[in-house]
Ligand binder design. Structure first.
Ligand code: C2E
Ligand code: MG
Ligand code: MG
Ligand code: MG
Length: 294
């Protein structure tokens, strides 16, 4: 395509854009067959309690093993799946896969923890997902506490009244409800309280610089205080360093998730953590609280 002004950068940009549109179209095409071709798998990332140091939950994170492109990260295909509606069958696969995995762990008597499932706005709007969850739990003989749900503010945006009703339905059929990526949207926690979230996950964006940025530290402090006053637990996302961990502990954050303890790992590796009861190093004993290295 010819640039009107003869601007080189425009030409370059345009060519790049066309390439990325072609890639997108190809990916969307491939996405259509990915569920039936069994190309998805789940990784699990532990969430760790800052007082006991123990794994209290895990987040299921989808991975796409593309036959030609290798592992495609969710940022590259979840938006496509949402735009095309493919998130409905993909999301249903995630729910089934989590429940089948939990049933397998239970059958083999591994001490298991609830698994959190990420839900897109479109899934929450369709009541079909409720049936999928109820059926998946029942078919695998699981109680509802085995699954938790993570939702972002986008779920509440276009129709808060309807969202409130939907979320109440999720609370009836599953375990805890978490508000994901908090701080990246525009809502206040006080406003969000009426949606009955049990957990607030502070977005990684505020955790990364928490020991260096006064602003980020102030935001985390305020979120934790407010969440606690509203009876919600707080999870910090993307904790990568011991310094961040210490800081969050000082702020009385309840749980952390991040590379410092573990990245998302395949089911077998997560199972090994459960089996060995892996804990945060240096965590204060829940009982005594005598030694607080962290
Ligand atoms: P999310 O739900 O906020 O998940 C947390 C993301 O942060 C994950 O990225 C995880 O790998 C990453 N992460 C965790 N700890 C650290 C850390 O210490 N440092 C850094 N740099 N990153 C960390 P991932 O797995 O690439 O997933 C990205 C997003 O894709 C998720 O964000 C979620 O919004 C979406 N997603 C993943 N799986 C599903 C799914 O099954 N369904 C839906 N609807 N969305 C999903
Ligand atoms: Mg999440
Ligand atoms: Mg998140
Ligand atoms: Mg996210």
């Amino acid at each position: 395509k010819k640039a009107k002004s003869g601007n080189e950068r425009y030409l370059y940009y345009s060519a790049e854009m066309n390439a990325s549109i072609a890639v997108r179209l190809q990916l969307e095409h491939d996405l259509r067959t990915a569920v039936s071709a069994r190309q998805f798998l789940l990784y699990y990332q532990p969430r760790v309690d800052l007082i006991s140091g123990r794994i209290v939950s895990a987040e299921a994170l989808i991975r796409w093993q593309h036959p030609g492109r290798g592992m495609v990260p969710p940022v590259q295909f979840i938006p496509l799946a949402e735009e095309s509606g493919l998130i409905l069958p993909i999301g249903a696969w995630v729910i089934d896969a989590v429940c089948a995995q939990q049933a397998d762990w239970r059958r083999r008597q591994i001490k298991i923890v609830p698994v959190a499932i990420n839900l897109s706005a479109m899934q929450v709007k369709k009541h079909q997902v409720l049936t999928t969850i109820v059926d998946a739990l029942r078919n695998n003989g699981l109680e509802r506490e085995y699954v938790e749900f993570e939702l972002t503010e986008s779920v509440l945006m276009d129709n808060p009244e309807e969202a409130a009703i939907n979320l109440r339905a999720f609370k009836k059929i599953g375990g805890a409800l978490a508000l994901d990526d908090f701080g990246t949207g525009y809502s206040s926690l006080a406003y969000l309280k009426r949606f009955e979230f049990d957990i607030v996950k502070i977005d990684r964006a505020f955790v990364t610089e928490i020991t260096r940025s006064r602003e980020d530290a102030a935001i985390a402090t305020a979120v934790i205080a407010m969440a606690h006053s509203l009876n919600m637990r707080v999870v910090a996302e993307g904790v990568e360093t011991e310094a961040q961990l210490r800081y969050l502990r000082k702020l009385r954050c309840d749980e952390i998730q991040g590379y410092f303890f573990s990245p998302p790992v395949p089911a077998l590796a997560f199972e090994e953590m459960l089996r060995t009861d892996r804990r945060l190093p240096l965590a204060r004993e829940a009982s005594g609280g005598a030694d607080t290295v962290l």
